[in-house]
Design a protein around this ligand. Structure first.
Ligand code: SF4
Length: 157
């Protein structure tokens, strides 16, 4: 069976963690149901990305998400691979989904800034704390969008 030719994905999701620091009643990823939530280590992130990109010709939009994406502190390794690895030309744009409450580590901010023309951060605004990340994104001149239409109705911090 050959899957290698002619696969052009418009959009696909890449989960980096099943941990979240917010408990939304209506989480559409059922994050609160995980008994043993995990964040994937750097080796797993990069090898999963490589496996995916080996089998496709192109991805228009790769969405990186969790859980809360920035709880995975290995994100910079994945981003470096996606932006600068051997298949970087296969990914057109990267969207990172976040609840906006966690400040990314400095390495992640630097790599997002370096490739700012290729990525956007989408912040789901559940409550005011969700803009915690905004000053850092502004400081590093990283593109972001605040999504006011959220799917979690009742939250506990
Ligand atoms: S912040 Fe997002 S991932 Fe976390 S529980 Fe709420 S909807 Fe789910």
């Amino acid at each position: 069976m050959s899957l290698k030719n002619g696969i052009k994905l418009k959009k696909t999701m890449f989960v980096v963690t099943t941990k979240c620091n917010i408990k939304c009643d209506n989480c559409n990823s059922f994050i609160n149901k995980y008994i043993f939530p995990i964040s994937y280590d750097r080796k797993t992130l990069v090898s999963d990305a490589r496996n995916l990109l080996e089998f496709v010709d192109s991805i228009e939009e790769l969405v990186i998400l969790g859980g809360e994406t920035f709880l995975n502190r290995n994100l910079d390794y994945l981003l470096e691979y996606l932006f600068e690895g051997e298949y970087s030309n296969k990914v057109e744009t990267i969207t990172i989904s976040t609840n906006g409450t966690i400040i990314p580590n400095i390495e992640t901010l630097k790599i997002l800034k370096k490739h700012k023309e290729k990525n956007t951060i989408i912040i789901s605004k559940y409550f005011d704390m969700c803009e915690t990340i905004v000053p850092e994104l502004k400081k590093f001149d990283i593109n972001y969008v605040i999504n006011e239409q959220v799917h979690g109705e009742k939250m506990e911090k």
